[in-house]
Structures are given as C-alpha cells and as structure tokens.
Design a protein around this ligand. Structure first.
Ligand code: TZP
Ligand code: MG
Length: 201
C-alpha cells in the first residue's frame, strides 16, 4: 500500500480528472462524492477500477460500504461519524483496505486495534473543500498524531507541494489532497509535481 500521493476526488469529479491524477503518478485514489447517488458512484467506480488495477493503484470508496462492495473496490474510507470501524471491517471483509479519519488524539485511543489499515490525519489547515471540517491540527499537531498512530498516516486538509518536506519529516506515509490536484490548471502535471516532491523530499 503506497499512500504517498493519495488523490481524494472533489464532488462531481469526472473520470478524466481521476485518470489524469492516475497518469500523473497518484499512488492511491479515494472516490469521495457527497452529491452522487450510490448507483452513480458504483457505476463510476466500476469504470475506473480497471484503469487503476492495471497499474496497481487502489480505488478506495469514501463512506459507502455498499458502493465499495458492489463495485469491488480495493478499500473503504470512513470518518468518525460513520460508525464503528469494526462494523465497516466486518462488512468489507479482511482483504480490503480500511482507512479512518482522525482529528484528535482521542480518536486514536478509541481506535480498535488491528482493524484499520491507515489513518487520515487532519485537517492540517482550514480548507474550503470540506466546510464542516474539525479544528485544524497544524503541522505540530500532525507530528504528534503521526507519532501516536499505530498504522501508517496520511496528512489531509489544505496540503500542497510546499508542505511535503515537513509532512514527510513528521513520519507520514503520504499526503491526501483534493484541490492541490483538482483545482490545478493541469491536474496531471500537478500530480506529477507532488510525486516528484515526495520522492525527493
Ligand atoms: N477531510 C479533511 S480535510 C478534507 C477532507 C476530505 C478536504 C481536503 O481537501 P483539500 O482541497 O486538499 O484541502
Ligand atoms: Mg465520512
């Protein structure tokens, strides 16, 4: 599981955006869409999965266990409001990736052992991409939470290429970004720049 450049889709992402991130070197992709129906999301996941599988990149579905199962996705990502991770694990089985959003130390303490494969730590900064986000943790909070995490951690929330040395220095396994890729004039080139920045940091 390579989480170094983890692209999280904005609402309503078209396939072309996801494929641009893939071709730019995204190592993991999360299909996150708060507006699509389950049927739409399942159909999009089914279209994308063959392209990702061909290059060994996992497609991880945000929130929706049934979409992840129906599409045969590689994984599921849930937040603190999405129920007990043990229930999500039971629903997806032992072989799929399970990710959990963590916003504070208590969330790590409450995490059942051996259930979650990675955590998303954040938001590092305030971000307009997720209007209801928790209080930003900053790079200092990121360092503390990463040190306390029993599984690989990715940093999310207002992250861009300039943050990569600090984030890698925290011991994170990668960055998870929406707008650094989706709002870039050239998403493929932006992804490539993130991948290069990660590998050279
Ligand atoms: N979870 C915490 S912050 C966030 C999510 C999904 C949004 C990150 O978006 P961006 O554009 O990379 O700040
Ligand atoms: Mg959620």
């Amino acid at each position: 599981m390579n989480l170094s450049v983890y692209f999280v889709t904005p609402d309503g992402a078209d396939d072309a955006l996801v494929l641009a991130a893939l071709r730019g070197g995204a190592t993991a992709i999360q299909l996150r869409d708060k507006t699509a129906t389950d049927a739409e999301m399942t159909a999009q996941a089914r279209r994308l999965i063959p392209h990702l599988t061909a290059v060994g990149v996992p497609l991880i579905v945000n929130d929706r266990v049934e979409v992840a199962r129906a599409a045969g996705a590689a994984g599921l990502h849930i937040g603190q409001g999405d129920g007990d991770p043990r229930a999500a694990r039971a629903a997806i089985g032992p072989d799929r990736i399970l990710g959990l959003s963590v916003e504070e130390a208590a969330h790590l303490t409450a995490m059942p052992p051996g259930v979650v494969d990675y955590v998303g730590l954040g938001p590092v900064r305030a971000t307009a991409t997720k209007p209801d986000h928790a209080a930003p943790i900053g790079l200092d909070g990121l360092a503390r939470l990463t040190a306390a995490a029993p599984v690989p951690a990715v940093a999310i929330g207002g992250v861009n290429a300039a943050d990569i040395p600090a984030i890698k220095g925290c011991g994170c396994a990668g960055i998870a970004v929406v707008s650094a890729i989706s709002a870039a004039p050239d998403p493929l080139a932006a992804t490539r720049a993130l991948a290069t920045a990660w590998s050279t940091a």
